[in-house]
Structures are given as C-alpha cells and as structure tokens.
Design a protein around this ligand. Sequence first.
Ligand SMILES: Nc1ncnc2c1ncn2[C@@H]1O[C@H](COP(=O)(O)OP(=O)(O)OP(=O)(O)O)[C@@H](O)[C@H]1O
Ligand SMILES: [Mg+2]
Length: 157
Amino acid sequence: MQAAIHATQMPIGLPDLAAVGRLGAAIARRLTVGDAVLLKGDLGAGKTTLARAILLALGHEGETPSPTFTLLQSYALKLPVAHLDLYRLKQPGEIEELGLDDALNEGAALIEWPEQAEDYLPDDALTVALGAEPRMAVLSGGGRWPTLIPGIVQEAA
Ligand SMILES: Nc1ncnc2c1ncn2[C@@H]1O[C@H](COP(=O)(O)OP(=O)(O)OP(=O)(O)O)[C@@H](O)[C@H]1O
Ligand SMILES: [Mg+2]
C-alpha cells in the first residue's frame, strides 16, 4: 500500500525559539545509538537551531559551531552525537570519508542538507523538514519513527 509509506507525516508550528527547544527535547528523549535525524529545509530554515536544541537537551554545554566547513562535529555526550552539514559536500560518495558509519555505531547523527548524499543515509532515519514562512516543521520517518512521531508532536506543541 503506497499510501501507508507516508502516512505518518505530522506538521508542527515553531513560532519561536522556545518551540524549537521543546521539539529538540522531545526528539532527544527518543534518540538512541544508530539514529540519524535528517534536517531538511532552505538556507535559514532553522536546521542548525534545531540541532543545537537537540544537543542542549542531551546535556551539551558550551559552543555548538555550525559544521559548515568541517562537515562533521562530534560531541561526547551521554549519547555520543555527530552533527553534520553536507552543504559543501562535493559529491555524495565523499560522505564515506567523514566517518558517519563509525558515528552511527557509537551514537546518533544530526544531518543538515541530507539531500546531498541521500543514497548513503539510513532508510530508518527521522526526517524533519523545516520551513521559515511560516516557521514550522514536518516530521516523517522510517523504522520505529512513525510510532514515535505523534508523541514528539504532542510533547513539543
Ligand atoms: N523557529 C524559529 N523561530 C524564530 N527564529 C528561528 C527559528 N528557527 C531558527 N530561527 C533563527 O533563524 C536563523 C537561521 O537559523 P539556522 O542557522 O538554524 O538555519 P539553517 O537552516 O541551519 O541555515 P543554513 O542552511 O544556512 O545552515 C537563526 O538566526 C535562528 O535563530
Ligand atoms: Mg545550518
């Protein structure tokens, strides 16, 4: 049944940074080893802001530099997290050199601009599609995420 594949696609309004904080906390609470969170959306849509909210909820204190040039930034938290920004990836295969597989073996990965290497990313990822006008997100995903998304949206509202 084709329709069922995209059945769990839930929108949530993000009118201010507090709302992003709640969404970040609701996602962080459910993250485990091997999880990838794909952060989609145009320039300025709020991908890095949500990644920072997730890191904060996982106990990160201090700087969270955008991995625009390093492409991958690691955080040694209770759940190790890799934050990736693939905007400057020259070709999809280049992602194999970044150590994403190792990062997913150890912990979770938050990935901005996943469109740049779609074929190399896990099918069971949580996808958060962000928009700036109006500020909002649409959550969808494979694996266990369809069962978790309604709870995330409820907690973050
Ligand atoms: N829900 C929101 N409400 C209000 N302001 C927001 C919200 N989300 C993000 N912002 C603000 O929008 C700006 C851009 O956000 P951010 O850097 O997270 O975008 P991005 O999607 O990562 O952009 P890029 O594609 O350049 O990496 C920041 O100043 C941030 O504080
Ligand atoms: Mg960004």
